[in-house]
Design a protein around this ligand. Structure first.
Ligand SMILES: [Zn+2]
Length: 256
């Protein structure tokens, strides 16, 4: 067992899949010479996170011995703001560059905090923290990733002169929603084998994101309660959200 223990990944760029290790305690090589025979069988690094492999991405039932499980996680949704207006102003080629830069920057921020980019939907994405890579403080990891995203996009937008008068459009930016709670993780489609998360926690995170203006991170009370120090003088906002009966309290975070 000492061999396996010495392979336990503790940092980024780990040589074995962190998902398979955290979920099954099975060391699957994803980098270096040991990974080559696996690659011959189509087992490579996942596009959801380069530190997990295609086994934990596509073989949920094999990994968890069930079709789906209930687990605690933090869900993050991010979406470009001002994208519709922008599409009317610039060419398709430029637009696709902007979207892929947005997706790349978001993915880097998610991966830096051990989350996975579970879905990419055009100018938006959904990230999961705490599955399949186990993260003790997943709420904090998600909020840190969101702050990194906003910083990266703010820097990029500062350099962009998109308005006719050369002034950056203030409506252009990224809106983010974050919520923590129980989610159902597993395979829910008969024609896709990659796993995803569903349930009320996921829906609320998506609704929060839809209410976030450019530059804002809307953090639910459940997520914020796990890191009271980040609240500081953060604005609290009461929201009536579509499909949710009670009023939801969210904390609004901005990076500057
Ligand atoms: Zn794996």
């Amino acid at each position: 067992m000492t061999t396996a223990t010495s392979l336990v990944p503790t940092q980024h760029g780990a040589s074995i899949c962190r998902g398979c290790w955290d979920q099954m305690r099975v060391p699957i090589p994803i980098r270096g010479a040991l990974a080559l025979p696996f690659r011959a069988f189509g087992i490579t690094r996942s596009k959801m996170n380069p530190n997990i492999c295609t086994i934990c991405e596509r073989s949920f039932r094999y990994v968890k011995k069930q079709r789906h499980i209930t687990t605690r996680a933090t869900i993050l949704f991010a979406d470009m703001r001002g994208f519709t207006q922008l599409s009317g102003r610039i060419g398709a080629l430029e637009l696709s560059d902007i979207v892929s830069l947005f997706q790349d920057r978001c993915a880097q921020a998610v991966w830096a905090h051990d989350g996975i980019v579970n879905k990419q939907m055009g100018d938006g994405l959904m990230a999961i923290f705490n599955f399949p890579i186990a993260i003790k403080d997943h709420a904090r990891a998600a909020v840190s990733a969101a702050m990194d995203m906003q910083r990266a996009h703010a820097t990029a937008l500062d350099g962009a002169k998109l308005g006719e008068d050369g002034v950056t459009d203030r409506t252009l930016g990224v809106g983010i929603g974050i919520h923590s709670g129980d989610v159902e993780v597993g395979e829910f489609s008969s024609f896709r084998s990659d796993f995803t998360a569903i349930g009320g926690t996921v829906n609320l995170a998506a609704r929060l994101e839809s209410q976030a203006a450019a530059g804002e991170i809307l953090v639910s009370a459940e997520t914020a309660d796990q890191m009271p120090e980040i609240l500081g003088d953060a604005e609290a906002r009461l929201l009536s959200l579509k499909g949710i009966e009670h009023t939801v309290r969210a904390n609004v975070l901005r990076v500057n």
